[in-house]
Design a protein around this ligand. Structure first.
Ligand code: DCP
Ligand code: MG
Length: 350
């Protein structure tokens, strides 16, 4: 389904990002960085639509087969709007785009970035703190800002959690979890997902999927695993959420609530022993780890949904919905028309 070739001075490209080969390293880094800064800034202002437009434009550039040297080469490629074209043109001509540079230097952008990098702080909280006049991490502490237990842990381990996790570290954590699950429930598999599964050499966290080949055996597993890891002093922070998929009352409408998924999950911070790097002096480093438990029947969808990237997943779901009239999420893939017919039918039983 990949379609990508040069056509009379322009490129042709499949319309959905999930149809395009998008290599980890590509030739248009300065352009995509500029666009992604604007996407981030739009996200900070709550303009999801604008943010998505810049993300889409960056995604198209990542799939180009070579370095773009003039705007004309892009031709009428879909997915790159007026504003993005202006940004691209500026960077191509001057090496930088004044608007992007302004954003990067703005107090609001810098503060929002600082705050949203705290584990447990999203755009809404960061924005509220900014409105209240808070600007630094010290401000948060000195003014006695009310923090959740999660945010307190995020602040305590701020530097570590904002130091990239190396692949070797992710694998080491994966092995520790592997050891724990073998004790608690032999036969359970642990799969490294997220950016590392896409081949990234480092990431911001470690995403691990747990499943057992016999349906139902995974029930109660997570709390036992977490307790054991905790007893080994491997966990600095954790909170878990239960599986809520089975509790759902019927299918969610396509494009409905934007919850990522409903698996049983543990958001944690691991204490990883290290020899080198920033934590070397004290001998350990804090690392964000997500443990997700998927029943075996949903595992393929969980793995697909947790491999990312975020934009790839969004596009895959859009493709399923618009082009196939199907619903894809991290639990299942189904024909939306049939399910709705079925629910309408069940409804007539009264
Ligand atoms: N994911 C998603 N939607 C979300 C959050 C996550 O689809 N709202 C999926 C796609 C992500 C994957 O889960 O790729 C893991 O989430 P991360 O935030 O850890 O993203 P990555 O692992 O891709 O990035 P990083 O390498 O920075 O950890
Ligand atoms: Mg990740």
């Amino acid at each position: 389904i990949e379609s990508r070739h040069r056509l009379r001075g322009g490129w042709q490209m499949a319309p959905y990002a999930c149809q395009r080969r998008t290599p980890l390293l590509h030739s248009n880094q300065p352009l995509t960085e500029a666009l992604e800064t604007l996407a981030e800034e739009a996200g900070f202002s709550g303009s999801e639509g604008r943010s998505l437009a810049f993300t889409r434009a960056a995604s198209v550039l990542k799939a180009l087969p070579g370095r773009l040297s003039t705007l004309e080469e892009l031709g009428p490629l879909p997915g790159i709007g007026e504003h993005s074209r202006r940004v691209i043109q500026d960077v191509l001509e001057d090496g930088v785009c004044a608007e992007v540079e302004r954003v990067k230097l703005s107090e609001r952008y810098q503060t929002m970035k600082l705050f949203t990098k705290i584990f447990g702080v999203g755009v809404r909280t960061a924005s509220r703190w900014y409105q209240e006049g808070l600007r630094t991490l010290v401000d948060l502490q000195e003014r006695g800002t009310k923090l959740t237990r999660q945010q307190q842990a995020g602040l305590r381990h701020y530097d570590d959690l904002n130091t990239p996790v190396e692949r070797g570290e992710a694998e080491s954590i994966s092995r520790a979890v592997q050891g724990a699950v073998q004790r608690c429930l032999p036969g359970t598999s642990v799969t490294l997902a997220g950016g590392f599964r896409r081949g990234k050499p480092h990431g911001h966290d470690v995403d691990l999927l747990l499943t057992h080949p016999e349906a139902g055996r995974e029930a109660g597993l997570l709390s036992r695993v977490v307790s054991w890891l905790d007893s080994q002093d491997l966990i600095l922070y954790q909170h878990s959420q239960e599986n809520s998929y089975a509790l759902q009352e019927g299918p969610e409408p396509p494009g409905g609530r934007d919850v990522m998924d409903r698996f049983e999950r543990c958001f944690s911070i691991f204490r990883l022993e290290v020899q080198g790097g920033p934590g070397a002096a004290r001998g350990w480093k804090a690392v964000r780890v997500d443990l997700v438990v998927a029943p075996i029947s949903q595992f393929p969808f969980a793995l697909l949904g947790w491999t990312g990237s975020r934009h790839f997943e969004r596009e895959l779901r859009r493709f399923a919905s618009h082009e196939r009239k199907m619903v894809l999420n991290s639990h299942a893939l189904y024909d939306s028309r049939r399910v709705w017919q079925l629910w309408a039918y069940v409804g007539t039983w009264g």
